[in-house]
Write a protein that binds this ligand. Sequence first.
Ligand code: PLP
Length: 418
Amino acid sequence: MKGSPIWHPFTQHGLGEPIPLVTHAEGAALYTEDGRRIVDAISSWWVTTHGHRNPRIMAAIAEQAGKLDQIIFAGWTHEPAETLARCLIEMMPAALSRVFFSDSGSTSVEVALKMALGFWANRGEPRHRVLVMQHSYHGDTIGAMSVGARGVFNRAYAPLLFDVGTLPFPAAGREQDTLDELEAACHARPAALIVEPLILGAGGMLIYPAQVLAEMRAICARHGVLFIADEVMTGWGRTGTLLACEQAGIVPDILCLSKGLTGGAVPLAVTLASEAIYQAHWSQDRATMFFHSSSYTANPIACAAANANLAIWREEPVLERIGDLAKRQQARLAEIAALPAVLNARQIGTITAIEIVDGKGDYLSSMGPRLLAFFRDRDLLLRPLGNTVYVMPPYCIDDGDLDLIYAAIGEACELGAV
Ligand code: PLP
């Protein structure tokens, strides 16, 4: 065997693309072993909110590592998890009163789906159909893939994926179709609807209006269909508010959070549930308990990191920082939007996206890898989704680094997408 034995995620090793070795990181920058400073324009897959190695989060991890590393969480508890659960309940919408821990966005979605089906099964009304939105992405485990868009990513596993009801994406001018189809689908008494609120991430950074989200929530409530908000990407300020759901004035029955939960430092996820969902599992009968766990559920070090993140949100002007970053990006996006090769320039909060014309638009179109290499050569971590180039930086990024990002995107557009 030549080279590293590591099998990287979403990587075709046969193409022989270089895999830089990162030695350290700080703020919005990554540093490689060959001495390069790379601007992290996508927050290392959307996780890093306050910047890499935020001092408060690093200190909390170090302190916790000196006390308690890991314990079983079935039937045992610890202070970092208790504090985190209490603080989350204070910070999140009041109707969400229960916290279930897991370790990634995908597992938070698996938990949400199991909670929804468990709710109905324990009430003696075993509903199991799940409604989803076209182009959604909810993770790469079997259940999460089942409720996400089908395509080249999961074709090989299609026989294992369960059937779902798919609503059309509420594209501009077609919003009513989505709502009508949801209304019709609700008559068949599905268990739940799962959505990415306001923006579909991996599906192409597709933004839809808060009003549609609010109406979808209302339709589900009218029909008694559980509403699951997957805020794994949108949570922790990405769309300009702590949760994207806030902009629609809605509260889901189940909420999935991960990525920025620890500020992006270490893996952790939570699925928050309404009291009704918890109570449907509560009894003296062991058969109705929530049958889910993983070895590292509520790891104390990860919980300590999350507690530090929550303290940052409570004590620092995070929303102001986000608002300021949004404005600074808006000005730069406006310049790019005027270029002839650019379509659909759009923004929500700290996320901006464009399409570069001439691409086929699917993930495997050759423009994606060419753009990736183009940006890598300019010391930028940008990872286009086909011909969709998006920017989602850590909130601490400065003007100089933003200029580098947008100048390179402008250059790519002017070169006719390289
Ligand atoms: N849900 C959404 C909306 C996501 O964007 C992602 C990841 O990008 C996931 C779930 C899966 O999260 P993870 O990669 O941590 O499993």
